[in-house]
Design a protein around this ligand. Structure first.
Ligand code: ADP
Ligand code: MG
Length: 374
């Protein structure tokens, strides 16, 4: 859109200084601390991760960004001044580049690495409005169309994945609140959707209470994992739609998953906060769930007409290599209209660009894995 381009252009101009400052600005331990503590890694807990126990890579990240993380391609070019072109991803690129080596490609496990079914994928990014729910719902529907059995777990008290799949709060009795707070069997709250093979474990606003009510509870970080394990035989993929925060609910999502899929919106400040997310993933991986890996980054709301989007996409690929899905999700009105009809895009407008994109993404993410559930 022309007006969008106009809005963003001046911002791009000032990028150099913002970027350079960002490297030093975002790293103080004090800023990491709340997000680390909130999830409940308080001293005395299993594998407590207080300030002093942050993984060395995380604490080093701040001071280390100037030199760049050698394993991050292009991670140091901006600070070193040897730029071929100006950076455009905005504040946060340096932070992300300096985050623990989860995304530096050095684990050799890109999107297309072999991962056996069933797969439990947390869709997470603590920023709101980046396309987590849209991706969970539509990737889930597209995977279901490929014949996989899919469970979408709605972990956001807003319940957007629930309503976006046509499930009305008045029509179900139990929700993820009961599963997490009262350890109700997960299978008792699973609802079928209008799409064959696609099921949802719904959320309502009650779930917001979990962040507080669960704090004194025993093994509070592992509630979801214990629930998910009980239904794994029935599904090929479990997709967990996380809320826009790094609190206890998201920690439950990460602890239950074996993979994290991170949607990144192709806008200015695209990578802001990403380092913090990656540090939290790293903390969960080292304290609760050593299988956890960031397996995919999905570029969302891509508008090829804006230079900003093109540059953000290039920058994200430069940093994160083969973790970034080849398929990019375009910004389209149809994708934003579908939820109000309670339908995934594959039903709402199967031939639209958004539907095509999510179908391609589903092929890429599933990588032709043999279905195992019936
Ligand atoms: P999150 O779950 O990360 O908060 P959502 O998936 O709810 O983000 O998306 C935020 C808003 O942007 C919603 O109104 C959604 O309909 C819209 N949206 C998401 N992806 C796209 C897209 N590719 N094109 C246009 N609108 C989109
Ligand atoms: Mg959401």
């Amino acid at each position: 859109m022309a007006d969008q381009a106009d809005e963003t252009e001046p911002v791009v101009e000032v990028q150099h200084s913002v970027e350079v400052e960002a490297a030093g600005e975002i790293q103080p331990a004090g800023e990491i601390q709340p997000a680390v503590e909130d999830p409940g890694f308080t001293p005395g807990d299993e594998g407590s991760a207080g300030e002093g126990e942050l993984p060395p890579t995380a604490t080093n990240a701040g001071s280390g960004t100037d030199d760049g993380n050698p394993a991050v391609p292009g991670g140091s070019d901006v600070r070193a001044g040897n730029v071929g072109r100006p950076p455009r991803v905005g504040r946060g690129a340096a932070e992300a580049a300096g985050a623990p080596g989860l995304l530096d490609g050095s684990d050799g496990r890109g999107v297309s690495a072999f991962r056996p079914l069933p797969r439990v994928i947390a869709v997470a990014n603590q920023k709101g409005g980046v396309g987590k729910t849209t991706t969970t719902v539509n990737l889930g529907a597209a995977l279901a169309d490929l014949g996989y059995r899919i469970l979408v777990v709605d972990l956001d008290p807003q319940g957007n994945a629930t309503t976006g799949l046509g499930i009305d709060a008045r029509n179900f009795e139990h929700s993820m609140y009961d599963v997490i707070m009262h350890e109700m069997p997960l299978e008792d709250c699973i609802e079928p959707t209008s799409v064959r093979n696609l099921f949802v474990a719904p959320a309502t606003i009650d779930l917001a209470g979990v962040e507080i009510e669960l704090v004194p509870a025993f093994s509070r970080e592992l509630r979801l994992r214990r629930a998910v394990v009980t239904v794994l035989e029935d599904f090929d993929f479990v997709l967990i739609d996380c809320p826009p925060s790094l609190g206890l609910i998201t920690v439950n999502g990460l602890a239950a998953a074996s993979e994290v899929l991170v949607p990144i919106q192709c806008e200015y400040y695209a990578l802001e906060g990403l380092g913090q997310l990656l540090r939290n993933v790293h903390l969960v991986a080292s304290n609760l769930n050593d299988r956890l890996e960031v397996s995919a980054i999905v570029l969302t709301m891509y508008d090829a007409r804006t230079r900003l989007a093109v540059d953000v996409a290039a920058e994200v690929r430069q940093h994160f290599g083969d973790k970034v899905c080849r398929m990019v999700i375009p910004r389209t009105i149809r994708l934003s209209e579908a939820p109000s009809f309670g339908q995934p895009i594959t039903v709402f407008d199967p031939s639209s660009r958004g539907a095509v994109a999510y179908r391609e993404l589903a092929k890429e993410v599933s990588n032709g894995a043999t279905k195992r559930a019936g």
